[in-house]
Design a protein around this ligand. Structure first.
Ligand code: 4AD
Ligand code: MG
Length: 432
C-alpha cells in the first residue's frame, strides 16, 4: 500500500475527507449519467459514485469502461451512507487504471465447484470466500490467544516423522536422506513430550492424511491445534475442550459478525455454544443410532451418516466418550471399568457437522504401552523415545486435537471443508 493511500476498512474515520484508495474493481453498474464502481482492497468494499456532469470527460470514460478485477487507484470524497455495509460511500474524483483485467473468468453468474476450485487463486477474491478466510484468520488467532492466556506453551511438532501416530493406512511416505520418513498425521506424540516439559503445551500446524475418502469432511492436508496437559484425566480434558470451544466461538462471534452475516450464518446457533456440553457414552450413542433405524454395530466407528444422525436433537456441541479401544489409536488408555473401551472422546458439532475434536487420556504405563505398540504391529524401535516418557516420571496426561477446517465449516456454516482453507489439498486435487 502506498504511503498516502487509505484502506477501505478504515474509511469510516475519514468522513468528509478526500482519500486515495488502491484496490481492484469488484463490480460496476451504470445508469448512463452515473457509474457505480464497487472497489475492494482486501479490507473491505466501497461503492464509488462517478457523475458524468462533475468529472472531466477522460475520467468518466475510464469509469464507464473499467473491467472487473482491473487494479485501480481511486481518489474521492468520503461520505457517510447508512445503507452501505461499510457505512460510507465515495464521491469519485479521479480513477487511474493500473493494470486492466481482461475477461476475468469468475463472473457474477453461477459456476460449478470444479471450475471454482480450478480457479481457487482467483476465487478467494470473491466476497463469500474472502469472508470465510477472514473468519479462519480470526479463529486461528482465537485458538492461540485462548491457549496462551490459559498458560499453555506453544511447542510445535515436526512435519517429517519416523513413525505413525494415527494408524499406518493413511501415512504419506517420503524419503529422508536414505531413510523412510512420513508426513505427520498429528503432533500428539511430541506434545506428550512437551507437556512433560511445560505442563501444558500445544502445537499448531499442518497435518497430512492419505485418506481415500471423498467426503465433505475430509482434506488430505489440514491444520490442527493440539493441546496436551500433564496430570489430566479424560474428564479434565473434556472440561478443557468445552471451555476452549465456548471461548473461541465467542471470540469469532464478537470479531466477525459482519462476515458471518455475509455467509448467512444463523448467529443464534453460535450464541448457544455455552459449556457444559452434553456427554454421551459410545454405548448410548450406539443405542440411539439403532433406535433411529440405522444398522449400527457395536464395536465399529461412526461413519459420516451416523454422526449426522447423532447430531439431530442437539443444539450445541456434544461429546461421545469411551469408544471401543479397537477403533482408536494405540496410545489410548483403557477404561479401568471396562477393558474393551478406551478413555477417548470426540466432540461432535450440531447441525449435521459431526466430529470436530478428537482426544482422550493417554496410556501412561510403560508395559501396557509396549503391549499396545505390539498389538498395533508398530515397530517398537521407532517409539523408544516416546516410551522414555513412561520411563522417566510418567504421569496421567490427556489432550486433544481440533481440525481448523472442520471447526470453521461448522462455525461459518459452510457445507464442504474445501472452502475453509486457502488452497485445499483433496483426493485428486493438487492444483492450484
Ligand atoms: O481424531 P483425530 O485423528 O485425532 C488425532 O489426530 C489426535 N492425535 C489428536 C490429539 O489428541 N492430539 O483428528 C483430530 C481432528 C478431528 O477431530 C478433525 O477435526 C480433524 O482432526 N481431522 C480432519 N480434518 C480434515 N480432514 C481430515 N482428513 C481430518 N482428519 C482429522
Ligand atoms: Mg477422530
Amino acid at each position: 500500500m502506498s504511503r498516502d493511500a487509505t484502506r477501505i476498512g478504515a474509511l469510516e474515520a475519514r468522513i468528509g475527507e478526500e482519500v486515495l484508495l488502491e484496490g481492484w474493481l469488484y463490480n460496476r453498474r451504470s445508469s448512463g449519467k452515473l457509474e457505480f464502481l464497487l472497489v475492494r482492497d482486501g479490507s473491505g468494499t466501497v461503492q464509488c459514485v462517478a457523475a458524468k456532469a462533475e468529472l472531466p470527460g477522460d475520467v468518466f470514460a475510464r469509469c464507464s469502461t473499467v473491467t472487473q478485477e482491473s487494479s485501480v487507484r481511486v481518489r474521492g470524497l468520503v461520505r457517510a451512507d447508512k445503507r452501505a455495509p461499510s457505512g460510507v460511500e465515495l464521491t469519485l474524483r479521479d480513477l487511474e487504471i493500473l493494470s486492466p483485467s481482461h475477461e476475468y473468468p469468475i463472473t457474477p453468474k453461477e459456476h460449478g465447484p470444479d471450475f471454482l476450485l480450478n480457479h481457487r487463486h482467483l476465487w478467494i477474491r470473491s466476497q463469500q470466500q474472502h469472508a470465510i478466510l477472514r473468519i479462519r484468520h480470526t479463529l486461528v488467532q482465537a485458538c492461540r490467544n485462548w491457549l496462551d492466556e490459559e498458560g499453555f506453551t506453544l511447542a510445535d511438532a515436526p512435519i517429517f516423522t519416523p513413525s505413525a501416530c494415527e494408524g499406518t493406512t493413511t501415512l504419506f511416505e517420503t524419503e529422508y536422506f536414505g531413510e523412510k520418513a512420513y508426513l505427520t498425521q498429528s503432533g500428539q506424540l511430541y506434545n506428550e513430550a512437551t507437556a512433560m516439559a511445560f505442563g501444558k503445551s500445544y502445537c499448531f500446524g499442518p497435518t497430512f492424511r492419505a485418506e481415500k475418502s471423498k467426503t465433505r469432511r475430509h482434506l488430505i492436508e489440514f491444520w490442527m491445534v493440539e493441546p496436551e496437559v500433564a496430570f489430566a484425566a479424560l474428564e479434565d480434558v473434556m472440561r478443557l475442550i468445552e471451555r476452549f470451544i465456548e471461548g473461541i466461538v465467542g471470540r469469532v462471534l464478537a470479531a466477525r459478525r459482519v462476515e458471518l452475516q455475509i455467509l448467512g450464518r444463523d448467529l443464534a446457533a453460535l450464541e448457544r455454544v455455552k459449556a457444559p456440553f452434553p456427554r454421551l457414552s459410545y454405548e448410548e450413542a450406539a443405542r440411539t443410532l439403532r433406535e433411529r433405524g440405522l444398522p449400527f454395530e457395536w464395536g465399529t466407528d461412526f461413519g459420516g451418516t451416523d454422526e449426522t444422525v447423532l447430531t439431530e436433537g442437539y443444539d450445541r456441541p456434544f461429546f461421545v466418550h469411551r469408544f471401543p479401544a479397537a477403533v482408536k489409536a494405540f496410545y489410548m488408555k483403557r477404561d479401568p471399568l471396562d477393558e474393551r473401551l478406551s478413555l477417548s472422546c470426540d466432540l461432535l458439532a450440531p447441525e449435521g457437522y459431526g466430529e470436530i475434536v478428537g482426544g482422550g487420556e493417554r496410556e501412561d504405563d510403560l508395559e501396557r504401552l509396549v503391549e499396545r505398540i505390539g498389538e498395533h504391529r508398530l515397530p517398537q524401535e521407532a517409539f523408544e523415545w516416546y516410551l522414555d516418557l513412561r520411563r522417566y516420571g510418567s504421569v496421567p496426561h490427556s489432550g486433544f486435537g481440533m481440525g481448523i477446517e472442520r471447526a470453521l465449516s461448522w462455525i461459518a456454516g459452510i457445507e464442504h471443508v474445501r472452502e475453509t482453507i486457502p488452497f485445499p489439498r483433496m483426493l485428486n486435487r493438487l492444483k492450484p
